[in-house]
Design a protein around this ligand. Structure first.
Ligand code: COA
Length: 204
């Protein structure tokens, strides 16, 4: 779906394909202080909706690459990279990519949280993610090998479970019934609270 930034520029997301994967590599080299290996890009080509390029008036200016991390108890979406070229920042491109991630989780209905790592001095990214209700969950010392500072924050946003999941889970269903009706009404039919949205028709 196309969106328009306040300047009128057209923002849209597109698939990563063998034809444009070099543009993704170039973009990541420019935007991130760490480099990603061939396996990363091989996996990205098979990631489907979990990897997208962002176009501003048909020019590649950003990209998001995610994966789903599954353990015995949890299913979490991990944002491996989400970045935008510096001249195109603060136009809503990061917002567009993150909204795409929220939609994936919403559609899946069974993702517990979204998380990522950021360098502890990356104030831009920390402010960006806080705007969408991500929280600093922990600090990983010496997370990065070749860059300073080497420490990373784990930013995480816990997601609400789908109402339909709760209906299928008797224990959870009781929980809903026993809590106030108002809670259900206020939060709508499940879905994901993105914390903030912007652009046409969006609430702050
Ligand atoms: C973080 C990043 C992706 C944000 O992209 P962006 O396209 O500039 O983000 P948006 O324009 O959609 O910003 C949405 C909101 O986030 C917040 N935000 C974004 N950048 C911010 C900054 N530098 N300072 C404070 N708030 C910021 C604002 O609330 C902004 O809304 P506003 O412009 O209406 O005030 C971008 O700065 C970037 O690519 N950084 C380098 C890569 C990186 O560090 N990625 C994070 C690790 S995966």
């Amino acid at each position: 779906m196309v969106s328009y930034c306040p300047r009128g520029g057209r923002i849209e997301l597109g698939d990563v394909t063998p034809h444009n994967i070099k543009q993704l590599k170039r973009l990541n080299q420019v935007v991130f202080p760490v480099s990603y290996n061939d396996k990363f890009y091989k996996d990205v080509l098979e990631a489907g909706e979990l990897a997208k390029l962002a176009f501003y008036n048909d020019i590649v200016v950003g990209a998001v690459c995610c994966r789903v991390d599954v353990t015995e108890k949890t299913r979490k979406l991990y944002i491996m990279t989400l970045g935008c070229l510096a001249p195109y920042r603060r136009l809503g491109i990061g917002n567009k990519m993150l909204e795409h991630v929220f939609k994936i989780c919403d559609k899946d209905g069974n993702i517990d949280s979204i998380f990522l790592h950021v360098q502890v001095n990356n104030d831009q990214a920390i402010d960006f993610y806080k705007r969408f209700s991500f929280e600093i969950k922990e600090t990983k010392e010496h997370y990065y090998k070749r860059i300073e500072p080497a420490d990373a924050y784990v930013l995480e946003k816990t997601l609400k479970k789908e109402a339909s999941d709760k209906e299928n889970d008797p224990a959870a269903a009781n929980e809903v019934t026993e809590s106030s009706e108002g809670a259900q009404t206020e939060e709508g039919a499940g879905g994901i609270d993105t914390g903030a949205t912007r652009g046409n028709g969006a609430s702050q």
